[in-house]
Design a protein around this ligand. Structure first.
Ligand code: ATP
Length: 514
């Protein structure tokens, strides 16, 4: 039954819908407060989702903190002194340009509308290349074709002009021309098709609340829109108490909150989400070296999960955030197309200098090699935990037609991330097989997340484990009672081998290491 093929025809959009319903059906992700019809762009992780999420966090933490002597982790509070956000620039500049369609009443981020429009033009280029590749056969040189074909060149020039104009609009906050760009490019509402747009307005994404019990004594505070500032304000605490020498990093995993304008893409864009961030403090002048270093390290981390390189690409930022002098995204091939999964930013000394200025406290590093004090520069890596979750889930989700004509849905999750590593299954619910299976389970559950299942025919139980991504199923049959062997079935190949019970642990461990 090996050699399964995926349903090639599964449309991308269709795939997102399938992933969402699969996530709900098997207890990965539920809409928040669903009995009250949910809350926009807020989600809860269920029994399997919380395991997958925990495994992603652990894998990140291990590679950042455990594997690097010069990186330590912290866990700072979500609430911070309100001046933090004045200093960081979020009060004044954490805005997105929003635009409404007057007919559909749908709200959009103006920059996302334009980016999607550019993506469509890129799609046209890809079509031309594909057509030409067919025509020219083996001798086809795609790069040369793109440089010389007049139609493709026209598309590329158009993209360049649009990108430059949008960059200017955003940098100079020219909202009038932003709207004009949308009109000039004839961009229609993706939902209703109308071109009846409002003006573009700026919208601050921070949630605020009040701290203190009386109205007069209450202070307006914000729910942090990024975890990074908790690291910056603790820079000196950690540097001094940890006796850290430059270059060194501080890592943190935690919740962040943004009142996102458009919230229609499941857990890709949430109003409450989690970030895994690391700020790496370096000597000024060395930041570009470290920026390149961390770009490489982070893409290597993604690749180490065994997902093909073609699913990732770098995207260098057109518009730098107010704090950065270089920035790139690692984009992932989500069901909605290539979108940002992680950002790597060279943040200069902007944040620490701002906090020095607003707090009146020095946030400097005394360099014992040069006998100088200075404010370090910072290179940041910032990945959304929920986006990583969606990347893994949507990549892993596959519908397969098997050689015998049957079908299965399988989550080909990286073994390290799978919620359960092994299922222990008695072939029958009698003859002492459940007792033996529970005995084996008892030996494995100290080391691995295990499932026990004795309900339904064995084939159905295998399908259930495939659907939740369990990499191994151990089946206990009558032969087990005679010679202490079991069959171990591997999720992806569906191959079954008979092995000694004592060998099971080693087999799982080897795959986890790999
Ligand atoms: P986008 O352009 O998609 O809004 P961003 O550039 O504002 O993202 P950053 O501020 O760089 O994002 O945040 C770092 C990471 O946090 C992003 O790469 C992403 O993975 C994650 N992230 C940001 N906003 C959200 C959100 N609303 N929901 C889920 N994850 C998010």
């Amino acid at each position: 039954m090996r050699g399964a093929s995926t349903f090639a025809a599964m449309e991308q959009e269709d795939k997102l819908k399938k992933v969402i319903s699969h996530a709900k059906e098997y207890g990965f992700v539920f809409p928040s407060s669903e009995i009250y019809d949910g809350l926009g762009a807020v989600y809860d992780y269920g029994q399997l989702g919380s395991e997958l999420k925990k495994n992603i966090k652990e894998y990140w933490w291990k590679s950042m903190v455990q594997m690097n002597e010069n990186i330590v982790g912290i866990d700072s509070a979500i609430f911070m002194h309100p001046t933090t956000w004045k200093a960081s620039g979020h009060v004044d500049a954490f805005n997105d340009p929003l635009i409404d369609n007057k007919d559909s009443k749908k709200r959009y981020r103006a920059d996302v509308l334009v980016e999607d429009h550019i993506e469509k033009i890129r799609g046209k280029i890809a079509k031309e290349v594909k057509k030409a590749a067919k025509r020219f056969g083996d001798s086809f040189d795609a790069e040369m074709f793109q440089q010389t074909n007049p139609r493709v060149k026209g598309y590329l020039d158009k993209i360049e002009v649009i990108e430059a104009r949008m960059k200017r609009c955003m940098e100079e906050e020219d909202l009038e021309d932003f709207k004009q760009l949308i009109i000039d490019e004839d961009i229609a509402d993706p939902v209703g098709g109308s071109r009846n747009w409002t003006d573009v307005r700026q919208f601050n994404l921070m949630f605020s609340t009040e701290m203190g019990s009386t109205a007069e004594g209450a202070n307006k505070i914000y729910l942090r829109p990024e975890t990074a500032q908790g690291i910056f304000v603790n820079y000196l605490n950690v540097q001094k108490t940890g006796r850290m020498k430059l270059p060194f990093g501080i890592a943190q995993i935690g919740k962040a909150f943004r009142n996102e304008i458009v919230a229609r893409q499941f857990i890709f864009r949430m109003r409450e989400f989690e970030q895994m961030e690391m700020q790496f403090f370096v000597k000024p002048g060395t930041e570009m070296e470290w920026y390149e270093h961390w770009k490489q390290e982070r893409i290597n981390w993604h690749k180490s999960l065994g997902i093909p390189e073609s699913e990732y690409r770098f995207h260098d930022h057109l518009k730098m955030a107010h704090y950065a002098n270089a920035a790139a995204d690692i984009e992932f091939n989500f069901p909605m197309g290539f979108k940002e999964l992680e950002g790597i930013h060279s943040r200069t000394d902007f944040d620490l200098k701002q906090h020095e200025e607003h707090s009146g406290k020095k946030l400097q590093y005394f360099d014992p090699e040069t006998n100088e004090s200075y404010v370090p520069y910072v290179v940041e890596t910032s990945i959304g935990l929920d986006r990583m979750f969606l990347a893994m889930l949507s990549y892993a989700y596959q519908e397969e037609k098997l050689e015998d004509g049957s079908e299965r849905t399988v989550l080909r999750l990286p073994v390290k991330l799978a919620p359960y590593k092994v299922a222990v299954l008695p072939l029958l619910k009698k003859d002492g097989l459940p007792e033996k299976a529970r005995e084996i389970l008892g030996g494995l559950k100290h080391d691995f997340m295990c499932q026990y299942d004795e309900k339904d025919a064995i084939g159905r139980r295998y399908r259930r484990q495939d659907a939740i991504g369990t990499p191994f199923a151990v089946t206990v049959d009558h032969q087990t009672l005679e010679d202490n062997t079991v069959t171990i079935r591997e999720r992806d190949s569906m191959q079954q081998d008979r092995v000694k019970i004592e060998a099971v642990e080693g087999i799982i461990r080897d795959r986890l290491k790999g």
